[in-house]
Ligand binder design. Sequence first.
Ligand code: SF4
Length: 173
Amino acid sequence: MAVGAEAVFGESVITTRLDTAINWARESSMWPYVFGTACCAIEFMSVASSKHDISRFGAEVVRFSPRQADLMIVAGTVSYKQAPILKQIYDQMTEPKWVISMGACACSGGFYDNYTTLQGIDEVIPVDVYVSGCPPRPEALLDALIHIQKKQKENESILKDRVNRDFKGHYDE
Ligand code: SF4
């Protein structure tokens, strides 16, 4: 027997939680900010183009203002000189936000094991999904995107304060 709103409105309404409704909308409309510094950024262009078509996953609205983006994709080598800029841009994105580390260079410095190259962006910002490869295949980046959408759908609550995550990078006090 139907109770509550279903009893009054029959099958013309469905009830859900606010978290579920917002996450459903959010997972289908991610706005990426691409921090592209090297060849992986070219690979991202391939993901965005018609052959692989990132818009099938609702993430084609690439923004170059951090205040309009909720998904940072770091694609390429990051030098120590760029690291504080990366951190500042990350901080300027509004919560909730997610980060994909795309390719060997962003994940670990890649083969640039030298005095100029950050040995992984997780030294300065938190990372949600790491994508291996040099460069990663477009399908691998799409897989990372699906992984984040799954996280949003299943785990994340809008009531959970992602700002107070445990992460402490080089530039966090
Ligand atoms: S991981 Fe490979 S393809 Fe990507 S930026 Fe580094 S060297 Fe270039």
